[in-house]
Design a protein around this ligand. Structure first.
Ligand code: NDP
Length: 290
């Protein structure tokens, strides 16, 4: 049965599951009390989708917040991610159970492969099985390039529903956006606000649009993501911003305004490049068993 997220806009994934178009990210919330408070606040404000990962080391805090939120599990969409060190068929099954235990859940709405390194194909086979057993409602990936998506597609029996990638007005990945769309994969931007990048949040063109719409620059950026058809997951530990970032359903950007935001693309990442061998090596040697 389809969940109802209090009437919020949803995006239908390629397997028919609906995901709220706006969710709440919890990267860089290593302070567990801060994370728990932020997630409780987010759910109180109205967010119904939470995006965590085992590497964020805060799944236990997210689990507590879910318990304390007063909102039924069935009305929430919970995503977590498999860490690189846990790739491989058997390892993935163990890591998935650890994630469930930490979150105090008996299923995940979405489980994503965090980076396309190591034995991610073995991991995907495990995800497909967990999906067919109903323990995960939708499976997807993060940081996959077109080449990695093609490699996955050639082996997979279940296609990913989402590709979560760095994407914000300064770095729009238009070619990958198109590939995702043509393959029925929803684009989910990470760092949708450029991780709070000041150049972006102080951009003069965005300020003009914000003033005209009586909104903040952050709200304009998040609205742009929604109107592009992306599934967006801003992060904040600040109660007023958690509220502000949710308040984006009551205005529209014109096509002209959308084009102004599109024109800000510099083609330069602010973060890690999935194709960088040094980064890949660092990830493959990162801490195990988390
Ligand atoms: P965002 O782009 O959402 O930006 C968060 C930063 O912006 C924080 O410093 C926050 O400050 C600040 N901020 C939030 N709202 C506002 C506002 N309204 N006005 C001004 N500043 C604001 O960053 P993230 O990098 O966290 O990305 C979002 C989520 O994407 C992550 O939390 C995570 O769930 C996911 N992600 C996934 C990755 C992957 O590899 N799959 C990689 C990176 C992120 P403060 O908190 O102090 O309020």
């Amino acid at each position: 049965m389809q969940k109802n997220y209090a009437g919020q806009p949803v995006i239908t994934l390629n397997n028919g599951v609906a995901i709220p178009a706006l969710g709440f990210g919890v990267w860089q919330m290593e302070n567990l009390q801060q994370c728990e408070d932020a997630v409780v606040k987010a759910i109180e404000v109205g967010y119904r989708m939470i995006d965590t990962a085992s590497i964020y080391l805060n799944e236990t805090a997210v689990g507590k917040a879910i318990q304390n939120s007063g909102v039924s599990r069935d009305d929430l969409f919970i995503t977590s991610k498999l860490w690189v060190q846990d790739h491989g068929y058997e390892e993935t099954k163990v890591a998935f159970q650890r994630t469930l235990d930490r979150l105090q859940l008996d299923y995940l709405d979405m489980y994503l492969i965090h980076w396309p390194y190591g034995d991610f194909l073995g991991a995907w086979t495990a995800l497909e099985e967990l999906y067919s057993e109903g323990k995960i409602k939708a499976i997807g990936v993060c940081n996959f390039t077109i080449e990695k998506l093609q490699e996955l597609k050639s082996k997979a029996t279940v296609l990913p529903v989402i590709n979560q990638i760095e994407l914000h007005p300064l770095f729009q990945q238009k070619e990958l956006q198109v590939y995702n769309r043509e393959n029925n994969i929803v684009t989910q931007p990470w760092s949708p606000l450029g991780n709070g990048n000041t150049e972006l949040l102080k951009d003069i063109h965005l300020k003009v649009i914000a003033e005209k719409n009586n909104k903040s620059v952050a709200q304009v950026i998040l609205r742009w993501h929604l109107q592009e058809g992306f599934c967006v997951i801003p992060k904040s530990v600040t109660p007023s911003r958690i509220n502000e970032n949710f308040n984006i359903f009551n205005f529209d950007l014109s096509e002209n305004e959308m084009n102004v935001v599109r024109s800000l693309d510099t083609g330069k990442r602010l973060f890690f490049d999935p194709k960088d061998p040094e980064w890949e090596n660092k990830m493959l040697n990162s801490r195990a068993d988390i």
